[in-house]
Design a protein around this ligand. Structure first.
Ligand SMILES: Cc1cc2nc3c(=O)[nH]c(=O)nc-3n(C[C@H](O)[C@H](O)[C@H](O)COP(=O)(O)OP(=O)(O)OC[C@H]3O[C@@H](n4cnc5c(N)ncnc54)[C@H](O)[C@@H]3O)c2cc1C
Length: 369
C-alpha cells in the first residue's frame, strides 16, 4: 500500500525534502500557501530582465552542504563583485568616508541566474504536478492512523505523514493542532526567531555599471541613511546591472514612491548624478509577507532557538515532523540550514521506517519502503 506524505511549504526546505525522498523512490505532495513557489527565495526580473534578489542571495564556501547540493544539481555560483572604493557613513551631517575594500579571505558567492535557479531546478526534479499552490493550511488533526490537514476553505486533505517546513513561530501562530503540541514545545516554537522576517530589501536597476567605471565597488555601509548596507548586483554574464541592499526599518512608514525617491537621493549623494538614471526600482518589505512574518510576543535575538532539540523528534507517533531552516542545528536561518534540515529530516524518517520494517512491523509512520 502506498502511504501519503504531505510537505507543508514549497520553500527551499520543502522542495529539497521532496527531491531527496524522490531519490529514495518515495513520492510526496507539497501544499504551498502562496501563489508562488520559493518562500524566502525570490528572484524578480527588472525592466531589462536583470535578476534582482528580494530574498536569499549570498552563500560561502563554508556552506558545504549547499555547495555540494548546487554541484549535484548542476547549478553554478559566482563571486560577489566587491572591488574598488566603498562608502562608509557614520553621521548624516559629515561626508561619507571612502575606503578601498581589501581582498576577502572568505568571499561571498551568488547563484548564476539568481537564487530562484535553485528553486526552479528542484521543481523540475520534484515535478510541478506534486505541488499545489494557494493552500493555506490552518488546522492539523490526528484521527486514528491519519492526519487531516484543513485549509482556509475548510477543505480537508488526509495524509499518513506530514512534514511542516514553516518557520516554527509562524506555525505556532497560524496553525492549530489537535491534539495540541505540548505547551513547553509551543513555547520554544513561539520564541524561535524567523530569520530576516522583518527586513526590507531593495534593488535599483541601471543600464550601465557607472560605479565600476568610477573605480567604485557599489558598496555602501551607512549608520545614518535609509540604506544601511548595499552591494553591486551585476549578473554572472556581466550584461545586466543593479545595486542591491537593505533599507532601514523606518522606511516602512513611507510609500513605495517615497522610498524610491529617498533611495535615489541617497545614491546620488554617494555616487553622483549618474545614479539618477535608473531604469527600475524594486523593494520588498518582508514584514508584509504573512506567510513568512509573524508577530513575536517578546524580543527575540537573531537565530534564537534555531536548531532546538524539540525540532529533532517526530510528534504524534512520528506522523508529524518539523523541518525548515530554523530547525537546523547548523547555520539555522540560512539556505545552508534549509538543506541540512531537509537532509536530516529525510534521514530520520527513512531510518525510522527501516527500523520498523526490520522488526517485522508495518511502519506506522506510513512509509512503505
Ligand atoms: C530578505 C532575506 C534575505 C536573505 N538573505 C539570505 C542570504 O543572503 N543567504 C542565505 O543563506 N539565506 C538568506 N535568507 C534566508 C533564506 O531565504 C532562508 O534560509 C531559506 O529560504 C528558508 O527556506 P525554508 O524552506 O526553510 O523556509 P521558507 O522559505 O520560509 O518556506 C516556508 C514555506 O511555507 C509556506 N507557508 C507558510 N504558511 C503556510 C501555510 N499555512 N500553509 C502552507 N504553506 C505555508 C511559505 O509560503 C513558504 O513557501 C534571506 C531571507 C530573506 C527573507
Amino acid at each position: 500500500m502506498n502511504k501519503k506524505i504531505i510537505i507543508l511549504g514549497a520553500g527551499l526546505t520543502g522542495l529539497s525534502i521532496a527531491y531527496l525522498l524522490k531519490k529514495n523512490g518515495i513520492r510526496t505532495q507539497i501544499l504551498e500557501a502562496r501563489n508562488r513557489i520559493g518562500g524566502r527565495i525570490e528572484t524578480i526580473k527588472g525592466n531589462q530582465d536583470t535578476p534582482i534578489e528580494m530574498g536569499a542571495t549570498w552563500l560561502g564556501e563554508k556552506h558545504k552542504t549547499l555547495v555540494n547540493f548546487l554541484n549535484e544539481l548542476g547549478i553554478e555560483k559566482f563571486k560577489q563583485y566587491n572591488h574598488g572604493i566603498a562608502f562608509f557613513e557614520t553621521m548624516s551631517f559629515a561626508p561619507p568616508q571612502e575606503f578601498l575594500i581589501p581582498e576577502s579571505t572568505e568571499p561571498s558567492f551568488r547563484i548564476k541566474g539568481g537564487s530562484s535557479q535553485l528553486i526552479e531546478k528542484l521543481v523540475s526534479e520534484v515535478v510541478l504536478e506534486n505541488i499545489t499552490l494557494n493552500q493555506v493550511i490552518i488546522k492539523i488533526e490526528k484521527q486514528d492512523d491519519h492526519v487531516h490537514l484543513i485549509n482556509r476553505k475548510n477543505e480537508s486533505i488526509s495524509a499518513d505523514l506530514v512534514i511542516s517546513t514553516l518557520p516554527p513561530k509562524l506555525f505556532a501562530k497560524t496553525i492549530s493542532c489537535t491534539p495540541s503540541l505540548p505547551q513547553g514545545v509551543l513555547n520554544i516554537f513561539n520564541t524561535t526567531q524567523t530569520w530576516m522576517e522583518n527586513s526590507i530589501k531593495f534593488g535599483v536597476e541601471y543600464s550601465t555599471p557607472f560605479w565600476k567605471k568610477n573605480g567604485q565597488a557599489g558598496s555602501v555601509f551607512s549608520q545614518s541613511s535609509i540604506i544601511p548596507e548595499m552591494y553591486d548586483h551585476t549578473n554572472f554574464e556581466e550584461n545586466k546591472f543593479a545595486l542591491k541592499g537593505f533599507l532601514n526599518g523606518s522606511a516602512s512608514q513611507y510609500s513605495k514612491q517615497e522610498r524610491e525617491e529617498k533611495v535615489i537621493a541617497t545614491l546620488v549623494k554617494f555616487f553622483g548624478k549618474e545614479a539618477e538614471n535608473h531604469i527600475g526600482y524594486f523593494d520588498n518589505n518582508w514584514e508584509n509577507e504573512r506567510f513568512t512574518f509573524s508577530p513575536s510576543d517578546t524580543f527575540l535575538f537573531g537565530h534564537q532557538n534555531n536548531g532546538h532539540h524539540v525540532y529533532q523528534n517526530g510528534y504524534w507517533e512520528n506522523q508529524l515532523w518539523f523541518a525548515g531552516t530554523e530547525t537546523s542545528m547548523n547555520y539555522g536561518g540560512y539556505m545552508e540550514g534549509a538543506i541540512q534540515s531537509a537532509q536530516n529530516t529525510v534521514h530520520r524518517i527513512l531510518q525510522l521506517s527501516q527500523v520498523k520494517s526490520s522488526q517485522g512491523l508495518t511502519p506506522k509512520s506510513g512509509l512503505d519502503l
